[in-house]
Write a new protein. Structure first.
Length: 308
């Protein structure tokens, strides 16, 4: 399959590399002038958790193909759109006139209504997913992070389309495990709130790892997530449809904090994603978006522990 990654971000590079390793042709669309700046190679230092521990570490230089212009008559079969939630509207507007029959995999987080943001896209060509990877850039310009075995896909309480089945098969062939969500909008909002709760305790020199390994800060993050779940419910989401995804945060906070700390200790790929994260704009954007929505809905924000 010929695949276009919309952008050259952390997620796009990791999944682009994995899909190319699986035999697909992968190109990366970048803004005009960025092709020369970025160059044609990327230094990777990843934990590839699709395989066992002996195969997990990937340290290599990979060649990539960048393009600065998407022809109207292109022959890409799949376009993967994975951008920050605050950049999605602009990216979607730019992509809309350039689909040309390709399937579009929306591979992003959302706090705005995802269906409204993509209402002008051809519905039969849209597939919804969420990546399980992350990391950041070192001072030596090496992409450091992890790519997990699980990948989330979902629908909005509808049956799968032909495009859904095709793209799930592509990821399965690349050795990913598919996790399905029938109420994907609800799952996205819950996931956003979990991120917002964790990021809410990230101040100055902290990162999420330092929050999760600090008992008091982890408890405050959990309390923020609990408050946020009520906000999600106020937006019309039926929480119980995705109960397993937030159950941990309903446990006594001392137990929840202990389990989060244990998760970091026992799961090096996740620990690496969190410790390598290097996007302060993203960290600030999640809590800000949540509080803005709460004020718009008239929801009391006294239950929200502001960042230190």
């Amino acid at each position: 399959m010929k695949i276009l990654m919309f952008g050259r971000g952390v997620i796009s590079l990791q999944y682009g590399w994995a899909l190319e390793e699986a035999g697909h042709t992968v190109h990366f669309y970048v803004r005009p002038g960025k092709k020369e700046l970025y160059g044609s190679q990327v230094h990777l230092d990843l934990l590839d958790a699709r395989f066992d521990a002996k195969q997990m570490r990937v340290v290599k230089i990979v060649d990539i193909t960048l393009i600065e212009y998407i022809p109207a008559d292109h022959d890409y079969e799949l376009i993967i759109l994975s951008v920050q939630h605050y950049s999605f509207g602009q990216a979607a507007t730019e992509l809309l006139s350039k689909i040309n029959g390709a399937i579009v995999l929306v591979f992003s987080n959302f706090w705005q209504d995802p269906q409204q943001l993509t209402q002008d896209f051809p519905a039969k060509k849209l597939v919804w997913g969420f990546p399980q990877a992350g990391g950041g850039w070192t001072e030596e310009h090496t992409l450091t992070g992890s790519i997990l075995k699980d990948v989330h896909f979902g629908t909005f309480c509808t049956e799968m389309s032909e495009a859904d089945l095709i793209i799930r098969a592509v990821f399965k062939e690349a050795k990913f495990k598919i996790i399905e969500h029938r109420d994907f909008k609800g799952w996205l909002y819950i996931h956003f709130i979990i991120n917002a709760g964790l990021f809410s305790r990230v101040g100055g020199t902290r990162n999420v790892i330092q929050v999760l390994t600090n008992n008091q800060e982890a408890k405050k993050a959990i309390l923020n997530i609990r408050w946020g779940l009520k906000l999600v419910e106020a937006r019309g989401i039926v929480l119980r449809r995705n109960l397993s995804d937030y159950l941990l945060f309903l446990l006594p906070v001392s137990i929840g904090a202990w389990l989060l700390k244990l998760m970091i200790k026992l799961n090096p790929p996740i620990a690496r994603i969190l410790s390598a994260h290097s996007n302060p704009q993203e960290s600030k954007s999640y809590p800000s978006a949540v509080i803005k929505t709460a004020k718009e809905l008239g929801v009391d924000t006294l239950g929200w522990n502001q960042s230190p």
